[in-house]
Design a protein around this ligand. Structure first.
Ligand SMILES: [Zn+2]
Length: 75
């Protein structure tokens, strides 16, 4: 939902980058490269996998495996 995290902030206070991200989210396009999204909401498939890799590294987690907790990745 674009705007939910920015409730109460005026558009002028958002950075140019954040405004671009919100615009791309409303158009259902990747917030990094602007390509149409496919399996995921905010990123194209390529950047969804890139972002997952970053999060996995930041949280020191191994890749998801069948039988592990959580929803399996769509890709
Ligand atoms: Zn992308």
């Amino acid at each position: 939902m674009p705007g939910s995290r920015t409730a109460g902030k005026s558009a002028a206070k958002l950075t140019r980058q954040r405004r671009w991200q919100l615009k791309m989210a409303s158009l259902r396009r990747c917030q990094i490269c602007g390509k149409p999204t496919n399996h995921y909401k905010t990123y194209c498939d390529e950047h969804a996998m890139w972002k997952r890799k970053l999060r996995r590294r930041a949280s020191n987690s191994k890749p998801w495996k069948p039988g592990a907790k959580g929803r399996p990745p769509l890709l």
